[in-house]
Ligand binder design. Sequence first.
Ligand code: PAF
Length: 280
Amino acid sequence: MEIIRNPAAMTSWANRVTATGAAIGLVPTMGYFHEGHLSLMRAARKGADHVVVSLFVNPIQFGPNEDLAAYPRDFARDCRLAEAEGVDILFAPEAAGMYPEATKTKVVVSGLTSGLCGGSRPGHFDGVTTVVAKLFNVVKPRIAIFGQKDFQQLAVIRQMVRDLNWDIEIVGHPIVREADGLAMSSRNSYLSADQRRTALCLYRAIRHAGERVRQGVVDAELLVAEITEMIHSQGGVEIDYIALVDRDSLEPLGVLRPGTLLAMAVKVGRTRLIDNDLIC
Ligand code: PAF
């Protein structure tokens, strides 16, 4: 596995490879790999001739009071894990390489970014779409793989790719969970043992929603109220949002129907966790 730090060197490599007709699969990440990331790398390997994993903790997608400085990092371990997955290139630019001077251009997707995580993290998705657009231009992938845990991010990126006529297939990969159901996340490393147990409320909520749907419940307000009550009753959790939305438009639904996504964001201590599931 080769490590490339410089965006221009990355593009030279990509130009050489794509000139032969080979397809590049890109897995954009912020590092601190877990099984979820590794499964994205395997999916990229299946869909492309060469796999590039980008590792960049993108400063412009963090708000002023968020965890940019604390975000977990372990470059040596990430290199070992990526290499073991047969990744060809680990593209790990410095912030100064990605944003050589105060950046004057942003890629902004409107509408889809205003609610849910976009509502509580203003500017977050502008940072995501800007860096992903730059990664697409630098790495020139034919396919790019994203985890479905960040379902809103995935919807926003699909929209951006359609709107900007990129010939890139966006693949959403299912959430990878721990044995007890907690969705894997680099941020889980912030949790104490107690908080780790508390965080399971998200998976319990998903199971409850699935059970209620099987019982025939279709009233979204009722289901959100039940889940809110469930989560509040256990304590130690601050709810950011619990929403039942259409999987594509992300519009809130009053009545559950096929394509309904349960989406949640909570804070356990200072750690913000998200989870979601297609409940019908
Ligand atoms: O999902 C992430 O890890 C990040 O938002 C991404 C897509 C790598 C952009 O920085």
